[in-house]
Design a protein around this ligand. Sequence first.
Ligand code: ZN
Length: 319
Amino acid sequence: MILKYLSEKSTEISALESALERLNPHHSSYAYLEQTLYRKKSGIAGELQLQKLLNTKTLLYDNFILFDLHLFSSGLFQIDCLLVTRSFVLVLEMKNIAGSIVIHPTSHNLERTRSDGQVNYMRNPFYQLRETMDLLEDFFLMNGINLPVKGVLVFRDANSALNVKENSLPSVTLPDLHGFLRRTKSNENLLTPEAFINVIDSLLTKHFCYIPKPISERFDIPKKDFTIGVKCPNCLKFGMKRLHGTWMCVDCKNFHRTAHISALLDYQFLFSKTISRIEMEKFLQCGTSTARTIVKNEKIHYEVQKNKKIYQLNSPYHL
Ligand SMILES: [Zn+2]
């Protein structure tokens, strides 16, 4: 039974989309951001397929399934999907890699050959899975949970030529996953029903919302390279003007009272979750009285630093 679902649009995807909207398509980072967005979207598509499969098939032992967990133990870590049972937990690491794949157990790399013959290498996903399992074991140790941690690599595409040399951790393709889960059961319940619920509770309460670093910082893009201004929700052009307490598009003449909200979300994605009033005036291309009205009406919290009010954008606009 799925207890925590995957959100279809991650913060990371929204941040990349904001960046692409505000960058010139000829910008040197544009193509790389586009590829990153494509990779993230196909990763989510794979996990949604996994979620659909787990939603439609039942397992004949007590279980809860949690998608996209962000936890902290000896380090921060993320789990694509976690199956929690009364006798073990299973980390499911989803991989969506097109082409022919060869993985050697002792190699740090996975070798992928595309259909056009191009060969490239990426990090051995078994190493990544092992690292996640180690961090989860540390989490259990720190939280007094006594359950064995297992792991499996799930490949989305059953048609890829997949050559996994002998490995201590298992791998399956998505169509074979349910059979694998049926066989991965244990007759011995280590947890009472109450302790089982406590484990789930501990995982859910310790989960935190992951907020990636701002795009300008992560991809080293100067602030000045991004288009500023408020976007018209109708024609999607930037540069709405504030007029009589609302925003007006100079192109399509559409009016929108709260168009500044998506601009301030963009600001968080691209630059920082804090903003000064002067920075807000510059980014929204508005006057002082408009900026003052916005922070008041939107109830944006602030801290005073060096006699200057610094507004906390994440107080009203949670990402
Ligand atoms: Zn417009």
